[in-house]
Design a protein around this ligand. Structure first.
Ligand SMILES: [Zn+2]
Length: 113
């Protein structure tokens, strides 16, 4: 059910962007959905339709691109996909210290009027 909070953010961001660009009838909203959010595309679409009803986004189609999680190792700067297969460690130097550089959020990429 936490998809709803992401949808609120998407509508807020896309709505503001539409205003800034003078778009009164948005046709398409492209978003990147990070793997770590756990947000399911079908729920995002469902809530989006519902929440966009009385906004400039009411005719907009939500275009979702799913983005995998990527971590950057603190020691050797290797980029890797942390998971059970590598025990969430860097595959090069086995360091556990790394930071997530992609895939932990939902971002609005583009809107089309
Ligand atoms: Zn490393």
């Amino acid at each position: 059910m936490h998809e709803m909070s992401y949808v609120v953010k998407i509508i807020d961001t896309a709505g503001r962007s539409a205003k800034e660009n003078g778009i009164t009838d948005v046709k398409e909203v492209a978003v990147q959905v990070g793997e770590m959010t756990g947000a399911l595309p079908e729920y995002l679409e469902m809530y989006f339709k519902e929440a966009a009803k009385d906004t400039v986004l009411k005719n907009a189609r939500l275009v979702i691109t799913q983005v995998p999680v990527l971590a950057e190792c603190d020691s050797c700067k290797t980029l890797y996909h942390p998971g059970k297969d590598n025990d969430y460690r860097c595959p090069e130097c086995k360091s556990i210290a790394g930071r997530i550089v992609q895939g932990k959020d939902i971002t609005v990429n583009t809107i089309k009027g």
